[in-house]
Ligand binder design. Structure first.
Ligand code: NAI
Length: 326
């Protein structure tokens, strides 16, 4: 059995090699992303393994099907990059619904603490033997209100972490669950009453630009927004305008709506043409990481194990474990 693995990074290989070898699967690692131009590389393979910024558009799907591709194995939880309407069930798509919700929730808190305690500034200052504290005043998280949008696996981990800091938690979810001691409120109340808002819901038609001018206008002045979910939950231009107007206290972004052509790559010697991103990055109260919230050893191992199990189970027993049904 052979799998064409797209958008390969060096950190992907050790865990995938380990589980693929055990399962007798041959992996062919391509550094390029899956796109309409590269789909032909999957010719002769049983299936493809793709990540968040690979394109599984209508044309890519047609090429893959024509080449005899039997499955699409996503090595991530989100699946907004797949055109399911066009696919219409003609081959299964598997995902890894949970690999370490802790990795993402802990990263969200790491970004928040970095931002409000100015760790990113302190790191640079002390390396230059600048031990001044001017401009470094932060604030306590204790007793602050955090609004968590999406109380699934990651949202719940984040709530637990926030509780450890003595924060008051408000939650909004389209499908509220019965979680002890979580107060669900409507979205507007959450926007109005939270000092910190953290997004943990999927990107859907419903949630696209959930944070826009209108939503920001309802928020507390100086509120901080954390997004470790999907970039397009936030209208980045509206966010930038609010940061420039000092309407918001800051933003912690692990994802960005136009990240596809930038994130995961080294552009340090290029001129980046995305003015909104460049301006956001230039702000002292905006922290950007390049979709790395998932990146822990535990998560990488779980991702590889589940992805290989999904494929093996389907090809040997025809089972549909972790098949994405939309
Ligand atoms: P999950 O499926 O366990 O939870 C998602 C929650 O969002 C559910 O409770 C669901 O009811 C809720 N939801 C759905 N539609 C909603 C809406 N319109 N408004 C409010 N809530 C809504 O997913 P999980 O594992 O907690 O992941 C959350 C998101 O995190 C994923 O969709 C993915 O986009 C993102 N993610 C980001 C990673 C990163 O490295 N930055 C890694 C893994 C996931």
């Amino acid at each position: 059995m052979k799998i064409a693995f797209f958008d390969t990074k060096t950190y992907d290989k050790p865990s995938f090699d380990k589980y693929a070898e055990r399962a007798g699967i041959t992996m062919k690692y391509f550094e390029t992303k899956l796109t309409e131009d590269t789909a032909s590389l999957a010719q002769g393979f049983d299936g493809v393994c793709v990540f968040v910024n690979d394109t599984v558009s209508a044309l890519v799907i047609d090429i893959l099907l024509e080449q005899g591709c039997k499955f699409i194995a996503l090595r991530c939880a989100g699946f907004n990059n797949v055109d399911f309407k066009h696919l219409a069930g003609r081959m299964p798509v598997f995902n890894v619904p949970a690999y370490s919700p802790h990795s993402v929730a802990e990263h969200a808190m790491a970004m928040l603490l970095t931002s409000i305690r100015r760790i990113h500034k302190a790191y640079i200052r002390t390396r230059d033997f600048n031990f001044s504290l001017n401009g470094m005043t932060g604030f306590d998280l204790h007793s602050k209100t955090v609004g968590v949008v999406g109380t699934g696996k990651i949202g719940r981990c984040f709530i637990d972490i926030c509780r450890g800091f003595g924060m008051k938690v408000l939650a909004y979810d389209k499908y509220p669950a019965d979680i002890p001691d979580v107060t669900y409120v409507d979205k507007d109340t959450l926007f109005r009453e939270s000092d910190i808002i953290s997004l943990h819901c999927p990107l859907t038609d419903d949630t696209y630009h959930m944070i826009d001018d209108d939503a920001i206008a309802k928020m507390k002045k100086r509120a901080i927004i954390i997004n470790t979910s999907r970039g397009a939950l936030i209208d980045a231009a509206a966010l930038l305008a609010a940061i420039k107007e000092r309407r918001l206290g800051g933003a912690c972004l692990d994802v960005y709506e136009d990240e596809n052509d930038l994130f995961f790559e080294d552009y340090s010697n290029h001129i980046v043409s995305d003015d909104v991103l460049a301006r956001l990055i230039s702000m002292p109260n905006v922290i950007v990481t390049s979709h790395q919230a998932f990146l822990t050893e535990e998560a990488l191992d779980n991702i590889a194990q589940t992805t290989i199990e999904n494929v093996l189970c389907y090809l040997t027993e025809g089972c549909d474990k972790n098949r994405v049904i939309v």
